[in-house]
Design a protein. Sequence first.
Length: 296
Amino acid sequence: MVEVAVNGFFSYLNLQKRFSPLTVKSYRSDINQFFTFLNDELPEPKLSQISYQHIRSFIASMIDSGLSPVSVNRKISTLKSLFKYLLKHRIIETNPCQKIQGPKKPKRLPVFVDEGQMEKLFSIEFESGFEGQRDKLMFDILYQTGIRRAEIINLKESDVDMYNLQLKVLGKRNKERIIPFSLNLKRNLETYFVVKQSTNLKSSYLLVSMKDKPLSPQNVSTTVKKILGQVTTNKKKSPHVLRHTFATHLLNNGADINAVKELLGHTSLSATQIYTHNTIEKLKKSYNQAHPRSGN
């Protein structure tokens, strides 16, 4: 009965949810791990015998084994999906996962590049040809606007308003937002458009390859990593680091958090507030350096 019901769940993931084979494989691994654990407590268990306490014991065993909160929460999510499916199809009468909560994830401060290092980057020389101008513009846009990798890839020339100095960006859930940019970025755009035209590249996408195709995510990540590697030893050197840097620098220099929220395209303020931790750390540093009673 257990095997039949669980296989029905996998068919549901494949055929109705249309999950990728890799995702279904991950679900299968999590569920197999749970039932292997359960066999020690309930030899040949029936689905109706599985209780809240069994789920809690499984979570405790994962935490004791040193599994990260992120991995534990992923496995809990898998089990919640399974038992929700079983309840919906009346294979079980109560859901043992209903009140289950996973371990809290430790808060990680966003990795960003400090202002001095960013200034050094804008003084380096890029190649004079099309690809050099394109990479310079890509880097400039990411830092000056804080847009995501997918957003810059999908930017069209028609999304650039040179007169009003603003970009039209299509973000997550097809939510459109307008982001202002500087005169400095306008000059870089003008130079890029001239070089792009002279190279006989006619794609409507703003940033393209020499084959006149939109850039791939890997193209963007590799370029950013190479450029950031010239000034920072941070392990992370991704386009998202530039997004973190954009937000942190704005808040460090007095920008209103609600304005930063709109620029980033966040739906809630809580997503933006993580950047205030870096600002607070900067304030603490300034206090410890300057206040006569700070202890330094």
